[in-house]
Write a protein that binds this ligand. Structure first.
Ligand SMILES: [Zn+2]
Length: 458
């Protein structure tokens, strides 16, 4: 693959910055920035935010500030004005992290960045403190190679993992703040290490809590079982109606035949990623990509009923479940939640009393992959990865800020990239980031900014 001069300069700059980047990522990972004051001191989040703010100031950013968001956390903002007439690109990451879960189960301490098997291990190394480093490296490389050719805004969120929506509400209340021509959300990852990937679709989600009541109180199953209406049995039947014979999700009124036009997700690879047991079939119909990115899926998240240990011979008077529904973009999450609640109520057997409430909702997102920013990213990734073409995938999870930004700035092109490849074990014990991926993704992002500036100038 022929390398243009800026590729050579940028690759060399990022390579020379990698040793210091490792030290910086270690500093960032050392902050226990879990945005849950019940478990971790808020001072840890504050210190991580200050770290990001001073890194931005060192890059020449202006108006650098810790924005106090309505959920009590802070997002770090900064603005780097570019050349006259240059487009504005917003770079997003978050500095808060998931809790480490069982600290003793980690192979090395979760808040000490440790090299193992060629990866850098630590909580947040990939999700998303590595994303912070990716943005910084890209900007530094551009500066070393002659200058940042676009105006850049950076926003680093402080409560993404909590889902408390502080930045979403702040952005809605300050609609000019994050306005940009293109947005790079640095919080997803490559489909495989070495396979540059942009995520162009996020499913929406909604959850419904369903309560079933049949009796005034529990009854002895010997004396009453066989005639007494069992609330747990009723609930099981209702939940069972949400999948058909092959496991496809079936919610009355919700269409399920969507197809995924982007990169395929081979069944063999999916089985490995999902660690499906030998002899057990996948559920649903259509290609794997259709099922996980283009069709609705229902998951029962929890059931309130007696645990096996300590269970007594009783017919249950009441039972409760929390049901999650993921929907492809284009399907309104709220309307889908209403359909799910109606479906459950209509399937209640034996006149059982049913109440439902919708307990959370986030809209999906779909990018226009024919846009100039996507073309620039495709060219940048191919070059940074020695000719490997960019994959376009969806993601079943949601990043609510993406939908907020898409609604606030309908003309902005939004691209999701990042360092959470399947080996990164984000949200789990032994999270890690690949330094090669950090290096190449930083090169890709820098090349993207350079290509995008040139496209937009034309
Ligand atoms: Zn994340």
């Amino acid at each position: 693959m022929e390398h243009r001069p800026d590729h050579t300069a940028i690759s060399a700059a990022v390579a020379s910055l990698m040793p210091s980047a490792r030290g910086e990522l270690a500093e960032l990972v050392a902050f226990r920035s879990v945005a849950d004051p019940a478990q971790f001191p808020p001072a840890e989040c504050r210190a991580a935010a200050e770290w990001v703010a001073s890194a931005l100031r060192a890059e020449g950013f202006q108006d650098v500030a810790l924005l106090d968001t309505p959920d009590g956390t802070a997002s770090v903002y900064g603005h780097l004005p570019g050349p006259e007439g240059a487009p504005t690109v917003l770079l997003y990451a978050h500095y808060d992290v998931q809790p480490p879960l069982d600290e003793a189960a980690w192979t090395s301490p979760p808040f000490e960045l440790t090299e193992r098997d060629g990866r850098w291990c630590g909580r947040g190394a990939a999700d998303c403190k590595g994303g912070v480093m990716m943005h910084l490296l890209a900007l530094r490389a551009l500066r070393a190679a002659g200058g940042v050719p676009v105006s850049v805004k950076v926003i680093a969120e402080g409560s993404e993992e909590q889902g408390t929506g502080g930045l979403e509400r702040y952005a809605e209340a300050h609609p000019e703040l994050l306005a940009a021509d293109a947005v790079v959300i640095g919080d997803t990852g490559n489909f495989r290490a070495g396979q540059p990937t942009v995520t162009a679709m996020l499913r929406g989600m909604v959850a419904v809590r369903v309560q079933v009541d049949t009796l005034e109180g529990n009854l002895h199953s010997g004396a009453f079982g066989g005639a007494a209406p069992d609330a747990l049995a009723a609930l099981v039947r209702m939940l069972g109606s949400l999948h058909d014979e092959d496991g496809s999700t079936t919610v009355d009124g919700l269409t399920g035949g969507g197809t995924w036009p982007g990169t395929a997700y081979p069944e063999k690879v999916f089985r490995e990623d999902a660690r499906v047991l030998d002899g057990v079939e996948l559920i649903g119909s259509g290609s794997v990509a259709d099922r996980v990115w283009a069709r609705p899926s229902v998951t029962v998240l929890g059931i309130d009923c007696p645990a096996v240990v300590g269970a007594t011979p009783s017919v249950q008077a009441g039972a409760r479940a929390l049901v999650s529904l993921r929907v492809p973009p284009g399907v309104d999450a709220g309307a889908a939640g209403t359909l799910l609640a109606e479906h459950l109520r209509s399937r209640a057997p034996w006149g059982a009393r049913v109440s439902t409430d919708v307990v959370g909702e986030g809209q999906g997102f779909r990018a226009d992959t024919a846009s100039p920013a996507y073309a620039s990213m495709a060219s940048a990734m191919r070059e940074a990865y020695d000719g490997t073409p960019m994959a376009v995938v969806g993601q079943g999870g949601s990043i609510p800020l993406t939908s907020t930004l898409a609604a606030l700035y309908p003309d902005a092109e939004i691209l999701l990239i990042g360092l959470s490849d399947p080996a990164a074990k984000i949200h789990a014990v032994d999270e890690s980031v690949s330094p090669e991926e950090l290096e190449r993704m930083a090169v890709a992002e820098a090349l993207f900014l350079s290509r995008y500036a040139a496209t937009a100038a034309r």
